[in-house]
Write a protein that binds this ligand. Structure first.
Ligand code: KG4
Ligand code: ZN
Length: 317
Protein backbone atom coordinates (compact mmCIF):
# COMPACT_ATOMS: atom_id res chain seq x y z
CA UNK A 1 0.00 0.00 0.00
CA UNK A 2 1.39 3.38 -1.02
CA UNK A 3 0.49 6.14 1.43
CA UNK A 4 0.95 9.87 0.92
CA UNK A 5 1.35 11.67 4.27
CA UNK A 6 0.73 15.36 4.93
CA UNK A 7 1.95 17.30 7.98
CA UNK A 8 1.38 21.01 8.73
CA UNK A 9 0.58 21.05 12.46
CA UNK A 10 3.25 23.57 13.48
CA UNK A 11 6.12 25.14 11.52
CA UNK A 12 7.01 22.41 9.01
CA UNK A 13 5.19 21.95 5.70
CA UNK A 14 5.78 18.30 4.83
CA UNK A 15 4.59 15.67 2.34
CA UNK A 16 5.97 12.13 2.07
CA UNK A 17 5.26 8.93 0.19
CA UNK A 18 5.83 5.63 2.02
CA UNK A 19 5.28 2.01 0.91
CA UNK A 20 3.74 -0.45 3.43
CA UNK A 21 4.60 1.72 6.41
CA UNK A 22 8.29 0.99 6.02
CA UNK A 23 9.92 2.06 2.78
CA UNK A 24 10.35 5.82 2.38
CA UNK A 25 9.96 6.66 -1.31
CA UNK A 26 10.11 10.43 -0.91
CA UNK A 27 10.05 12.93 1.94
CA UNK A 28 9.93 16.69 1.53
CA UNK A 29 10.09 19.00 4.56
CA UNK A 30 10.00 22.76 4.22
CA UNK A 31 10.93 24.22 7.60
CA UNK A 32 9.88 27.74 8.62
CA UNK A 33 12.32 27.83 11.55
CA UNK A 34 14.44 30.66 10.11
CA UNK A 35 11.34 32.88 9.88
CA UNK A 36 10.16 32.19 13.45
CA UNK A 37 13.69 32.47 14.92
CA UNK A 38 13.42 36.26 14.66
CA UNK A 39 10.43 36.21 17.06
CA UNK A 40 11.84 33.70 19.56
CA UNK A 41 9.09 31.16 18.84
CA UNK A 42 6.39 30.14 16.36
CA UNK A 43 3.99 32.93 15.36
CA UNK A 44 0.75 31.06 14.48
CA UNK A 45 -0.58 33.54 11.92
CA UNK A 46 2.76 33.67 10.07
CA UNK A 47 2.95 29.86 10.16
CA UNK A 48 -0.48 29.42 8.51
CA UNK A 49 0.37 31.89 5.74
CA UNK A 50 3.68 30.17 4.99
CA UNK A 51 1.95 26.78 4.83
CA UNK A 52 -0.49 28.21 2.26
CA UNK A 53 2.41 29.45 0.13
CA UNK A 54 4.31 26.16 0.26
CA UNK A 55 1.82 23.29 0.44
CA UNK A 56 1.22 22.87 -3.32
CA UNK A 57 4.94 23.04 -4.11
CA UNK A 58 5.75 20.48 -1.42
CA UNK A 59 2.99 18.14 -2.72
CA UNK A 60 4.36 18.39 -6.26
CA UNK A 61 7.96 17.86 -5.14
CA UNK A 62 7.08 14.73 -3.15
CA UNK A 63 5.30 13.18 -6.15
CA UNK A 64 8.05 14.22 -8.56
CA UNK A 65 10.82 12.83 -6.37
CA UNK A 66 8.93 9.54 -6.08
CA UNK A 67 8.40 9.55 -9.85
CA UNK A 68 4.69 9.01 -9.19
CA UNK A 69 1.33 10.59 -9.96
CA UNK A 70 -1.89 10.64 -7.94
CA UNK A 71 -2.85 7.35 -9.65
CA UNK A 72 -0.08 5.54 -7.74
CA UNK A 73 -1.37 6.62 -4.32
CA UNK A 74 -3.60 4.16 -2.41
CA UNK A 75 -4.24 6.24 0.70
CA UNK A 76 -3.78 9.82 1.92
CA UNK A 77 -3.01 10.44 5.63
CA UNK A 78 -3.06 13.90 7.18
CA UNK A 79 -2.37 15.30 10.65
CA UNK A 80 -5.66 16.65 11.98
CA UNK A 81 -4.70 17.23 15.65
CA UNK A 82 -3.16 18.38 17.94
CA UNK A 83 -1.47 21.50 16.62
CA UNK A 84 -1.99 25.12 15.62
CA UNK A 85 -5.50 25.28 14.21
CA UNK A 86 -4.71 27.63 11.30
CA UNK A 87 -1.70 25.53 10.28
CA UNK A 88 -3.59 22.24 10.57
CA UNK A 89 -6.39 23.55 8.35
CA UNK A 90 -3.99 24.16 5.45
CA UNK A 91 -2.80 20.55 5.43
CA UNK A 92 -6.28 19.14 6.03
CA UNK A 93 -7.79 21.11 3.12
CA UNK A 94 -4.94 20.22 0.77
CA UNK A 95 -5.00 16.53 1.68
CA UNK A 96 -8.78 16.09 1.48
CA UNK A 97 -8.96 18.09 -1.78
CA UNK A 98 -6.20 15.94 -3.34
CA UNK A 99 -7.94 12.75 -2.13
CA UNK A 100 -11.38 13.82 -3.30
CA UNK A 101 -10.18 14.98 -6.73
CA UNK A 102 -8.37 11.68 -7.29
CA UNK A 103 -10.88 9.36 -5.65
CA UNK A 104 -8.51 8.22 -2.89
CA UNK A 105 -9.44 7.53 0.73
CA UNK A 106 -8.11 10.07 3.26
CA UNK A 107 -7.52 9.21 6.93
CA UNK A 108 -7.09 11.59 9.89
CA UNK A 109 -3.93 11.08 11.93
CA UNK A 110 -3.09 12.24 15.45
CA UNK A 111 0.31 13.95 15.32
CA UNK A 112 1.64 12.13 18.40
CA UNK A 113 0.85 8.70 16.96
CA UNK A 114 2.96 9.86 14.01
CA UNK A 115 5.93 10.58 16.28
CA UNK A 116 5.56 7.09 17.79
CA UNK A 117 5.33 5.42 14.34
CA UNK A 118 8.50 7.20 13.14
CA UNK A 119 10.19 4.37 15.06
CA UNK A 120 8.60 1.72 12.82
CA UNK A 121 10.94 2.78 10.00
CA UNK A 122 13.82 1.65 12.27
CA UNK A 123 12.31 -1.48 13.75
CA UNK A 124 9.14 -3.60 14.01
CA UNK A 125 7.28 -3.21 17.31
CA UNK A 126 7.51 -5.89 20.04
CA UNK A 127 4.37 -5.56 22.15
CA UNK A 128 3.72 -4.41 24.79
CA UNK A 129 5.49 -1.21 23.77
CA UNK A 130 6.23 1.65 26.17
CA UNK A 131 6.53 4.91 24.22
CA UNK A 132 8.04 8.05 25.70
CA UNK A 133 6.77 10.95 23.59
CA UNK A 134 8.94 14.03 24.07
CA UNK A 135 8.22 16.94 21.75
CA UNK A 136 7.88 20.71 21.73
CA UNK A 137 4.23 20.50 22.78
CA UNK A 138 3.93 17.15 24.58
CA UNK A 139 5.49 14.84 27.13
CA UNK A 140 3.66 11.54 27.54
CA UNK A 141 4.18 7.92 28.49
CA UNK A 142 2.04 5.77 26.23
CA UNK A 143 1.41 2.03 26.55
CA UNK A 144 0.69 0.13 23.32
CA UNK A 145 -0.57 -3.45 23.74
CA UNK A 146 -1.02 -3.86 19.99
CA UNK A 147 -0.83 -1.76 16.81
CA UNK A 148 -2.84 1.42 16.97
CA UNK A 149 -3.85 1.05 20.59
CA UNK A 150 -2.63 3.96 22.74
CA UNK A 151 -3.11 4.19 26.51
CA UNK A 152 -1.75 7.39 28.04
CA UNK A 153 -0.26 6.48 31.44
CA UNK A 154 1.07 9.90 32.31
CA UNK A 155 1.80 13.31 30.89
CA UNK A 156 3.19 16.68 31.81
CA UNK A 157 1.24 18.68 34.35
CA UNK A 158 2.54 21.96 32.91
CA UNK A 159 5.31 22.60 30.33
CA UNK A 160 6.32 20.08 27.68
CA UNK A 161 9.96 19.04 27.78
CA UNK A 162 10.78 20.65 24.40
CA UNK A 163 9.11 23.85 25.54
CA UNK A 164 11.26 23.80 28.72
CA UNK A 165 14.40 23.33 26.58
CA UNK A 166 13.37 26.23 24.34
CA UNK A 167 12.63 28.60 27.25
CA UNK A 168 15.67 27.70 29.33
CA UNK A 169 17.85 27.89 26.22
CA UNK A 170 16.52 31.33 25.42
CA UNK A 171 17.65 32.77 28.78
CA UNK A 172 21.02 31.10 28.26
CA UNK A 173 21.28 33.09 25.03
CA UNK A 174 20.39 30.48 22.40
CA UNK A 175 17.94 31.06 19.54
CA UNK A 176 14.68 29.14 18.96
CA UNK A 177 14.52 26.14 18.81
CA UNK A 178 17.05 25.93 21.63
CA UNK A 179 16.94 22.16 22.29
CA UNK A 180 19.90 21.26 20.09
CA UNK A 181 22.18 24.15 21.25
CA UNK A 182 21.43 23.32 24.91
CA UNK A 183 22.22 19.64 24.18
CA UNK A 184 25.51 20.66 22.52
CA UNK A 185 26.43 22.99 25.42
CA UNK A 186 25.57 20.25 27.94
CA UNK A 187 28.16 17.99 26.32
CA UNK A 188 30.83 20.61 26.97
CA UNK A 189 29.96 21.06 30.65
CA UNK A 190 29.49 19.18 33.92
CA UNK A 191 26.26 18.89 35.96
CA UNK A 192 27.61 20.82 38.95
CA UNK A 193 24.61 23.06 39.75
CA UNK A 194 21.72 21.72 41.84
CA UNK A 195 18.37 22.53 40.23
CA UNK A 196 14.86 21.68 41.51
CA UNK A 197 13.11 18.97 39.49
CA UNK A 198 9.81 17.07 39.99
CA UNK A 199 10.80 13.49 40.71
CA UNK A 200 7.66 12.03 42.29
CA UNK A 201 7.82 8.33 41.37
CA UNK A 202 4.26 7.56 42.58
CA UNK A 203 2.79 8.33 39.17
CA UNK A 204 3.85 8.62 35.54
CA UNK A 205 3.29 12.37 35.24
CA UNK A 206 5.94 14.97 34.58
CA UNK A 207 6.43 18.62 35.52
CA UNK A 208 9.09 20.92 34.12
CA UNK A 209 7.89 24.37 35.21
CA UNK A 210 9.84 24.13 38.50
CA UNK A 211 13.20 23.47 36.88
CA UNK A 212 12.47 26.10 34.23
CA UNK A 213 11.96 28.73 36.99
CA UNK A 214 14.98 27.26 38.81
CA UNK A 215 17.23 28.05 35.85
CA UNK A 216 15.76 31.57 35.47
CA UNK A 217 16.21 32.27 39.21
CA UNK A 218 19.75 30.93 39.14
CA UNK A 219 20.71 33.25 36.26
CA UNK A 220 18.96 36.26 37.88
CA UNK A 221 20.71 35.66 41.22
CA UNK A 222 24.11 35.40 39.53
CA UNK A 223 23.45 38.61 37.59
CA UNK A 224 22.33 40.48 40.73
CA UNK A 225 25.39 39.38 42.70
CA UNK A 226 27.63 40.02 39.71
CA UNK A 227 28.74 36.39 39.88
CA UNK A 228 29.85 34.46 36.80
CA UNK A 229 28.39 31.08 35.93
CA UNK A 230 29.42 28.56 33.30
CA UNK A 231 26.68 28.26 30.66
CA UNK A 232 27.89 24.80 29.61
CA UNK A 233 27.75 23.58 33.23
CA UNK A 234 24.26 25.08 33.61
CA UNK A 235 23.09 23.35 30.40
CA UNK A 236 24.64 20.08 31.63
CA UNK A 237 22.92 20.45 35.03
CA UNK A 238 19.53 21.09 33.40
CA UNK A 239 19.95 18.25 30.91
CA UNK A 240 21.15 15.79 33.55
CA UNK A 241 18.14 16.53 35.80
CA UNK A 242 15.41 16.39 33.16
CA UNK A 243 16.76 13.37 31.28
CA UNK A 244 17.12 11.44 34.59
CA UNK A 245 13.42 11.99 35.32
CA UNK A 246 12.41 10.98 31.78
CA UNK A 247 14.52 7.82 31.91
CA UNK A 248 13.58 6.81 35.48
CA UNK A 249 9.86 7.13 34.83
CA UNK A 250 10.07 5.27 31.51
CA UNK A 251 12.00 2.39 33.10
CA UNK A 252 9.51 2.20 35.98
CA UNK A 253 6.56 2.14 33.55
CA UNK A 254 8.35 -0.48 31.43
CA UNK A 255 8.83 -2.76 34.45
CA UNK A 256 5.32 -2.14 35.86
CA UNK A 257 3.66 -3.02 32.54
CA UNK A 258 6.15 -5.74 31.48
CA UNK A 259 6.91 -3.90 28.24
CA UNK A 260 9.24 -5.62 25.77
CA UNK A 261 10.11 -2.58 23.72
CA UNK A 262 10.84 1.02 24.71
CA UNK A 263 10.33 3.65 22.04
CA UNK A 264 11.43 7.27 22.32
CA UNK A 265 9.57 9.68 20.02
CA UNK A 266 9.34 13.38 19.13
CA UNK A 267 11.79 16.24 18.62
CA UNK A 268 13.54 15.72 21.97
CA UNK A 269 14.28 12.08 20.98
CA UNK A 270 17.17 13.71 19.07
CA UNK A 271 18.74 14.69 22.41
CA UNK A 272 22.10 12.97 22.80
CA UNK A 273 22.00 13.11 26.61
CA UNK A 274 18.62 11.36 26.65
CA UNK A 275 19.79 8.76 24.13
CA UNK A 276 22.92 7.97 26.17
CA UNK A 277 21.09 7.74 29.51
CA UNK A 278 18.20 5.66 28.13
CA UNK A 279 20.58 3.29 26.31
CA UNK A 280 22.55 2.77 29.52
CA UNK A 281 19.41 2.17 31.64
CA UNK A 282 17.82 -0.25 29.16
CA UNK A 283 21.07 -2.24 28.86
CA UNK A 284 20.64 -3.10 32.56
CA UNK A 285 17.26 -4.81 32.06
CA UNK A 286 17.03 -8.14 30.27
CA UNK A 287 14.97 -8.69 27.14
CA UNK A 288 13.90 -5.10 26.46
CA UNK A 289 14.47 -3.59 23.03
CA UNK A 290 15.10 0.15 22.65
CA UNK A 291 14.59 2.25 19.54
CA UNK A 292 14.88 5.91 18.60
CA UNK A 293 13.80 7.37 15.27
CA UNK A 294 16.65 8.36 12.95
CA UNK A 295 17.55 12.03 13.53
CA UNK A 296 15.72 13.26 10.43
CA UNK A 297 12.45 11.70 11.62
CA UNK A 298 12.62 12.96 15.24
CA UNK A 299 11.28 16.44 14.48
CA UNK A 300 8.12 17.03 12.44
CA UNK A 301 7.93 15.28 9.05
CA UNK A 302 5.29 13.58 6.91
CA UNK A 303 6.89 10.11 6.76
CA UNK A 304 5.70 9.44 10.31
CA UNK A 305 2.16 10.56 9.37
CA UNK A 306 2.12 8.21 6.36
CA UNK A 307 3.29 5.29 8.55
CA UNK A 308 0.70 6.03 11.23
CA UNK A 309 -2.01 6.38 8.54
CA UNK A 310 -0.99 3.01 7.08
CA UNK A 311 -1.43 1.31 10.47
CA UNK A 312 -4.70 3.10 11.14
CA UNK A 313 -6.01 1.78 7.84
CA UNK A 314 -4.83 -1.83 8.13
CA UNK A 315 -6.03 -2.16 11.74
CA UNK A 316 -9.39 -0.56 10.87
CA UNK A 317 -9.14 1.83 13.83
O1 KG4 B 1 8.40 17.08 17.69
P1 KG4 B 1 8.76 18.46 17.35
O2 KG4 B 1 9.36 18.73 15.99
O3 KG4 B 1 7.56 19.44 17.50
C1 KG4 B 1 6.37 19.19 18.18
O4 KG4 B 1 5.59 18.31 17.75
O5 KG4 B 1 6.20 19.85 19.23
O6 KG4 B 1 9.78 18.93 18.48
C2 KG4 B 1 10.39 20.17 18.49
C3 KG4 B 1 11.11 20.33 19.83
C4 KG4 B 1 11.65 21.74 20.07
O7 KG4 B 1 11.22 22.14 21.35
C5 KG4 B 1 13.17 21.55 20.03
O8 KG4 B 1 13.88 22.46 20.85
C6 KG4 B 1 13.31 20.13 20.53
O9 KG4 B 1 12.25 19.43 19.90
N1 KG4 B 1 14.60 19.51 20.17
C7 KG4 B 1 15.50 19.11 21.09
C8 KG4 B 1 16.64 18.63 20.37
N2 KG4 B 1 16.36 18.72 19.03
C9 KG4 B 1 15.09 19.25 18.94
N3 KG4 B 1 15.48 19.16 22.43
C10 KG4 B 1 16.55 18.70 23.09
N4 KG4 B 1 17.66 18.23 22.48
C11 KG4 B 1 17.75 18.15 21.13
N5 KG4 B 1 18.84 17.68 20.54
ZN1 ZN C 1 5.83 17.07 16.49
Amino acid sequence: MIVLGVETSCDETAVAIVRDGKEVISSIVYSQIDIHKEFGGVVPEVASRKHIQKITVVFEEALKKANMTAKDIDLVAVTTHPGLIGSLLVGINAAYAFALANNIKCVAVNHLTGHIYANYIESDFDFPVMALVVSGGHTELVLMKEHYSFEILGQTLDDAIGEAYDKVGRVMGFKYPAGKPVDDAAHLGKPVYKLPVYENMDDYNFSFSGIKSGVLNFINKCNMKNEKYDVNDLAASFQDSVTSVLVNKTIKACKDYHAKHIIVAGGVAANRGLREKMTDAVSKIDGVKLTFPSFKYCTDNAVMIAVSGYFKEITNK
